[in-house]
Write a protein that binds this ligand. Sequence first.
Ligand code: SF4
Length: 446
Amino acid sequence: MALTGLDIFKLLPKTNCGECGVPTCMAFAMKLAAKNVELAACPYASEQAKQKIGAASKPPIRLVKIGPPGAEVAIGNETVMFRHEKTFVHPTAFAMAFSDGQPLEELRHRTAEVREYCLERVGEQLRLELALVENTTGAVQPFVDAVKAVAGGTGRGMILMSDNPEALAAALAALEGQRPLIHAATPESVKEVGALALKHKAPVVARAATLEELSALTKTLTGMGVQDIVLDLPADNPAAALQYNTAIRKMALKGSFEPLGYPIINFVTGRDLPSLVADASTLLIKYASIVVLDTLQYQALLPLMMLRQNIYTDPQKPIQVEPKFYPIGEPGPESPVLVTTNFSLTYFLVSGEIENSGVPAHLGIIEAEGMSVLTAWAAGKFSGAKVGAFLKASGVEGQVKTRRVIIPGYVAQISGELEESLPGWEVVVGPAEAADLGPFLKMQVA
Ligand code: SF4
């Protein structure tokens, strides 16, 4: 049962010493109730408080890590139904599916593609995080050989998928210490597969046909001492998968139903490209922690990677770039000087347009808490005084002969204040849209 801020306050020392980083015990209790801090931040909490608050502040969806220490893929630990309520914390991991029925040569070729796949967007490198090997042959040795080839070839965290506990045991032994995800413990195999998970300290998928069976299965696993569980509830169609995922998330978060408080794995394989993108997108949004795919086609991965990046970007913390001067091309002392904000998308759009124009330039990125130009101006983060102070502190005056700075067209109104704070500089109002920068820069240097 979730404790309110007041319930938690009653259990705290009430001395308001401030050592937890907030001024009062009440403020700390409120943060604790919102799961924004941990009780460990209060050094004076009693044993009784630790027991009661500790149990209540346990994450409703368990954090599960897959892969070797230091290179784990973390999933779960989500606390909200909707991103705008707070944020989603651990992005859906994409797993590429392989089979031990594929020739080793083909596996080597495809694993290299997975390893090298990298999409760069707004300064982030987007990759496939996991690889799954299915024991379609049912035999032990081909499975072990394929698992070794895929693990070595992709360098990714592994999912071992087999109905044969003997094959799982041999593959786990081959990957000792790498904490692969075992797929799967079923109502029939739970004792054997659960024992393997305990022996190898590996996370395990619980797979059942109904929500009731799945709940009973996770209870059996936790009763055996297995803690790191991922849920798999196969569905006949995408609508059913969406319903199951939503029901699981709701029961875990709203109903505090511990047997379903685990991340979910969904398989989006064996379908045409449009269906694959549509189904994977739906499940990525609601509420898959792992999506298994069987294609590396650019047309599928590009939209999925971009959607994931958008969904899992904290709405309270826009993606930002470091505030400083960036040389675009090979600018010299006569090259134009431009300024804009540190919102990542703004930086990449502006720098891209400058690069495309072929006019090398000095691009000054100003700290504006990741806001776009107009928002930053409205919030007082992109005023003439702030831009002037940045230019002075940056040392750009020592690098350029020009004393002319180009500001974004959307904030033409700061030009007067900027000229006052930067004596000797001319302020030029540039275009409002980054797309118009090319012709504008060419005219500036003509
Ligand atoms: Fe209260 Fe503990 Fe924070 Fe001190 S450290 S203000 S006792 S919650």
